[in-house]
Design a protein around this ligand. Structure first.
Ligand code: WT7
Length: 632
C-alpha cells in the first residue's frame, strides 16, 4: 500500500501547508481521492461557522469499513490487522489478519441485523479492550448503525444518561473486563443502568471473564450463540459522506456530557491522513496506541486511521503497571513494536518506578514515539526520549480533541522538528489562530491567546447529538466565525504552538476530560452536602488533580462524609472523577450576584496564598481567609 498524500520532507510540509490554505478544496480532493468511494463527491466543501453547517465531500457515497477492510484483502489479506495482547501475559496473544477481521466484522454485522439493528440506529458499546470491541465498532459502521462507545470506567448512571441522550436501543457488552489485578463486572453495571432506562431492546454479551451474569429472557443474548447462527457475508451499506459514523460523549463546562457527532467521509479521510503523516507510517510497521477505544484516541488511532491505512495495530487489554511496571516495554519487546503512542500521565507514572523496568527489555524495534492528552512536561519528555527512545526516536507531541476527530497540531515524525513541550506546527489543512479578549486575531510570534481554528477540516465535529444549538453555543459562539477549542496557547518566536491547558471549566485528569460542573452535581447529590465548588490543581502524576470545596451540614463524622462523597461521585460518574482532595468549608467566595469566584479557589488549591487579586467584589471577603486557613 502506498500513501500518495504522505508528506516526506520539511519543504514538502511547507508547500502542502501553503497549498492547503490557498486551495483547501483542491488539497482535500487530492487526499480524498486515495480512498474507495462508491460514488465520488459533487462538491468538496460547503460550510459556514454561524449555524454551524459543515459538509465535506458533498454527495459522495462510501462505506468506511470497505476502506478499513475490503480494499486490503487482495494485497494484504494475510497480514495482521490487529495483534491483541491480553491483560495477563500468561494468556496466549491473538492475531487477526485482515481477512479474519473482515470475516468477523461481516458476521457480527449480521448478528446486529438479526437482532433488529438498522441503518441509523444507535448502538451503545461498553466493553474492555478485547478484539471484539473493534469488531463491534466496525460491524456498526458496516451496516450504517451509529456506535456510541462508553469507556469501561463509567458508572451505571453515566451509561443510563448516555443511552437516553442517544436514544440507543441496542447494547454490546461483555460479562466482564480484566484490567490489571481487577475484574470489572461490565454486564452487571449495564444491568444497573437498565434498571433506570426502558428503551433498550437487546443486549449482546461477550463471554470474557466468566463472571456470573443475569441474562434476561428475550433481551439478553450471547455473542457466541448469535455468531454461530449468523451468515458470513454482509454487503456494506452505502453511506452518504455526511451520514454520522459515531457519537462519542465528552465533558464540557455544563453538568451534562455532550454527544460529539462525527461524519463518515470527512472523519475517515482525516483519521487516515493524520495517522500516516504524523507517524510517518510505513507498511508492515507495528503501531501501538495505548489508549482505550472508549476515548477518541482509540477510535482514530487504533481503529479507523490505522486500519484505513492497512496498518498493523497492537491492541492491549491491560494497564502499564500490571503485573509489573515493565508491561509496556515487555509488549514492545515481545511484538517488536515500531510506533508507541501514549499519554504523559502513563509516562510520569512509569518514570516513578525507575529506569530498571525499561532497561530490562529490548526496545530496539521502536522508531517513533508519540504523546497525547495533555501538555507533556519537559521532564517526562526527556525521560521518554532518553530511556524509551534511546535518543534515536523522534517524539510527536500531538494536540487535538474529541471534537477535532484527529491530530491537529503536531510535528511530523522525523520530518518537521520537535521541541519539548510544544505541539509545534499545524498539519497541512489546519489553520489555527490565537485570539485576544476582544475577539481579534493576534498577529505575529511570541504571543499568547485563546486557540481557535478559522477554517474547517474534514473531521470537525458536525453537531452535538440531539441538540445542535449546544454545538453552536459551545464552539462557535465565543468567537463568531471561528471554532473555539477551549484551550489557551502560546506561540514562540518561530511560530511553534504550545498548548497551555483549558481556559474553561474543564479539567484534564490523567488525560481524561472531566467537567467541574459534573463533579459538583455529583457531590451535591450526597445527603448533607449544601453546596460545592470544584477546581483543578497541579498533580505530579495526573497532570491535574480534582480539588473539591464542600459545605456540608456538619451532622456527620467528617472523615466518613469524605468517604461517602467519594463513593457518591464514583456511583454517579465513575471512579475517574473522584476528587483527590475534599476540603470542608463554611462558605464559598461569591460575588454579590452569587457567582463563585473560581480564580480564588484555584489559587488556594494550588497553594498560592500570596496575591488573591481583587476581592472587593466579594459578598463576604472573610470566607477567603477561612478557606486559606483550612487548606489541605
Ligand atoms: C483536550 C482534549 C485528543 C485525544 C485525547 C484527549 C488537551 C490533548 C494535548 C497535547 C496539550 C493536549 C487539550 C484538549 N490536550 N492533547 N498534545 N498538548 N494539551 O481528548 O478528552 O477531547 O481532550 O486535551 O486541553 O483541549 P479530549
Amino acid at each position: 500500500m502506498s500513501y500518495p498524500y504522505k508528506i516526506g520532507s520539511k519543504e514538502a510540509y511547507q508547500a502542502a501547508w501553503k497549498r492547503s490554505v490557498e486551495d483547501p478544496e483542491g488539497f482535500w480532493a487530492d487526499v480524498a481521492g486515495n480512498f474507495d468511494w462508491k460514488k465520488r463527491w459533487d462538491k468538496v466543501l460547503d460550510w459556514n461557522f454561524t449555524e454551524p453547517n459543515v459538509k465535506w465531500f458533498v454527495g459522495g457515497k462510501l462505506n468506511v469499513t470497505e476502506n478499513c477492510l475490503d480494499r486490503h484483502l487482495v494485497e494484504r489479506g494475510d497480514e495482521a490487522a490487529i495483534i491483541w495482547e491480553p491483560n495477563n501475559p500468561k494468556e496466549q496473544y491473538r492475531t487477526l489478519s485482515y481477512t479474519e477481521l473482515h470475516a468477523e466484522v461481516c458476521r457480527f454485522a449480521n448478528v446486529l441485523k438479526n437482532n433488529g439493528v438498522r441503518k441509523g440506529d444507535r448502538v451503545c458499546i461498553y466493553m474492555g479492550m478485547v478484539p471484539e470491541l473493534a469488531i463491534a465498532v466496525l460491524a456498526c459502521a458496516r451496516i450504517g448503525a451509529i456506535h456510541s462507545v462508553i469507556f469501561g470506567g463509567f458508572s451505571a448512571k453515566s451509561i443510563a444518561d448516555r443511552l437516553v441522550d442517544a436514544q440507543a436501543e441496542y447494547i454490546v457488552t461483555a460479562d466482564g473486563a480484566y484490567r490489571g489485578a481487577k475484574d470489572i463486572p461490565l454486564k452487571s453495571v449495564i444491568d444497573d443502568a437498565l434498571d433506570q432506562v426502558d428503551i433498550v431492546k437487546k443486549v449482546i454479551v461477550l463471554l470474557r471473564t466468566k463472571t456470573p451474569v443475569s441474562m434476561i429472557k428475550n433481551r439478553d443474548v450471547w455473542w457466541a450463540d448469535e455468531m454461530a447462527r449468523a451468515d458470513a457475508a454482509c454487503p456494506a451499506e452505502v453511506m452518504d459522506a455526511e451520514d454520522p459514523l459515531f457519537i462519542l460523549y465528552t465533558s464540557g463546562s455544563t453538568g451534562k456530557p455532550k454527544g460529539v457527532v462525527h461524519s463518515s467521509g470527512g472523519y475517515m479521510v482525516y483519521a487516515a491522513y493524520s495517522f500516516v503523516n504524523v507517524f510517518q507510517y510505513e507498511p508492515a510497521q507495528i503501531h501501538f496506541c495505548t489508549a482505550d477505544i472508549g476515548w477518541i484516541t482509540g477510535h482514530s488511532y487504533i481503529v479507523y486511521g490505522p486500519l484505513c491505512a492497512g496498518a498493523t495495530v497492537m491492541m492491549f487489554e491491560g494497564i502499564p503497571t500490571w503485573p509489573d511496571a515493565g508491561r509496556f516495554w515487555d509488549i514492545v519487546d515481545k511484538h517488536k513494536v515500531n510506533i508507541l503512542y501514549t499519554a504523559p500521565t502513563a509516562i510520569r507514572s512509569l518514570m516513578a518506578y525507575g529506569t530498571e523496568w525499561v532497561d530490562k527489555h529490548d526496545l530496539s524495534s521502536l522508531r517513533i514515539l508519540g504523546s497525547v492528552g495533555e501538555p507533556i512536561n519537559e521532564e517526562a519528555w526527556h525521560w521518554f526520549d532518553k530511556h524509551v527512545g534511546k535518543g534515536k526516536c523522534p517524539i510527536v507531541d500531538t494536540w487535538w480533541q474529541t471534537e477535532t476527530g484527529g491530530i491537529m497540531i503536531s510535528n511530523l515524525a522525523g520530518v518537521t522538528p520537535a521541541k519539548p513541550s510544544f505541539a509545534t506546527l499545524p498539519l497541512p489543512g489546519v489553520q489555527p489562530v490565537l485570539m485576544d479578549e476582544k475577539g481579534n486575531e493576534i498577529e505575529g510570534n511570541d504571543v499568547s491567546g485563546n486557540l481557535c481554528i478559522k477554517f474547517p477540516w474534514p473531521s470537525i465535529i458536525r453537531t452535538t447529538y440531539g441538540d445542535h444549538e449546544r454545538c453552536r453555543a459551545n464552539y462557535f459562539a465565543a468567537y463568531p466565525n471561528y471554532y473555539f477549542t477551549g484551550d489557551g496557547c502560546y506561540m514562540d518566536v518561530d511560530g511553534n504552538y504550545r498548548i497551555t491547558g483549558r481556559v474553561d471549566d474543564v479539567l484534564n485528569v490523567s488525560g481524561h476530560r472531566i467537567g467541574t460542573a459534573e463533579v459538583e452535581n455529583a457531590i451535591n447529590m450526597h445527603e448533607g452536602v449544601v453546596e460545592s465548588a470544584v477546581v483543578g490543581y497541579p498533580h505530579d502524576l495526573k497532570g491535574q488533580g480534582i480539588y473539591a470545596y464542600v459545605i456540608h451540614d456538619n451532622t456527620h463524622d467528617e472523615e466518613l462524609t469524605r468517604q461517602d462523597i467519594l463513593q457518591t461521585v464514583a456511583r454517579i460518574i465513575g471512579p475517574i472523577a473522584k476528587p483527590d482532595k475534599i476540603q470542608f468549608v463554611k462558605g464559598l467566595p461569591k460575588t454579590r450576584s452569587g457567582k463563585i469566584m473560581r480564580r480564588i479557589l484555584r489559587k488556594i488549591a494550588e497553594g498560592d496564598m500570596s496575591n488573591m487579586g481583587d476581592t472587593t467584589t466579594l459578598l463576604d471577603p472573610q470566607v477567603v481567609d477561612d478557606i486559606k486557613e483550612g487548606k489541605l
